[in-house]
Design a protein around this ligand. Sequence first.
Ligand code: NAP
Ligand code: GCO
Length: 268
Amino acid sequence: MNGFLQNFSLEGKIALVTGASYGIGFAIAVAYAEAGATIVFNDIRQELVDKGLAAYEEKGIKAHGFVCDVTEETKVQAMVAAIEKEIGEIDILVNNAGIIKRIPMHEMKADEFRQVIDVDLNAPFIVSKAVLPSMMKRRSGKIINICSMMSEFGRETVSAYAAAKGGLKMLTKNIASEYGEYNIQCNGIGPGYIATPQTAPLREIQADGSRHPFDRFIIAKTPAARWGSSEDLQGPAVFLASEASNFVNGQILYVDGGIAAYIGKQPG
Ligand code: NAP
Ligand code: GCO
């Protein structure tokens, strides 16, 4: 790799990607491995971690998997300690693990709201806090938070998710502000609508064989006129994890096919 492109290499780096047995986290971790990083990931259940390890193996990647619920601080601290002992200190953290509950707010239970905030906002705090001391000691680190279009916009039935992802945008800016002096960069990626298990209900073919109304809405609202794929996020994720972005801090990079810029197509 020539001099300039070396800035995009992740050779010798250790990356922890949370919730990365499949979906967006898996795609980002695969790209990191291809850029030279050692991959560490976690998921809630052993069978998911095993499934993830097999999927990485199929790609020729020897990943390290841990069973850990990112909302449980003692478990997260124990996982980070084990990673640092068994594999090495974490250079790159991607706070990817997330859930969504699509319930009209007036029908949503407080506990359901809290569950979404716990995974999508409290957990990125918990995991970032666990990796920061080592990054501060080494005066180097990358934290990437997977935000959302809902970091900027609301819509029906996703009040908890929008509150969490809006908070995650500001947590990103605050980590950038508080730890920039340690040469730690914290940025966000704001994916548009990506075809993963999380959005599968929004793309279900209807009983009459037609496309889901929301599917049609997103196609009309996206200048690229398509759903994104997890692979669309790989380049931006490698950039934000690499030396090439060392002076980028506190930014949310929207990878959305243009949704956030577009008023939307007139209904046909
Ligand atoms: P996904 O397919 O639902 O995958 C989410 C992953 O997070 C799963 O592996 C899940 O494991 C894991 N997870 C959930 N709760 C966890 C916890 N408490 N501890 C550890 N792992 C946990 O979602 P995705 O579409 O890949 O989304 C990944 C991230 O991108 C999320 O933060 C999501 O909000 C965000 N995002 C997605 C889109 C999109 O259009 N898909 C767009 C913008 C942002 P389990 O299978 O065990 O639940
Ligand atoms: C929804 C979707 C979105 C996407 C994503 C968009 O129900 O509106 O799930 O929230 O997951 O966050 O960026």
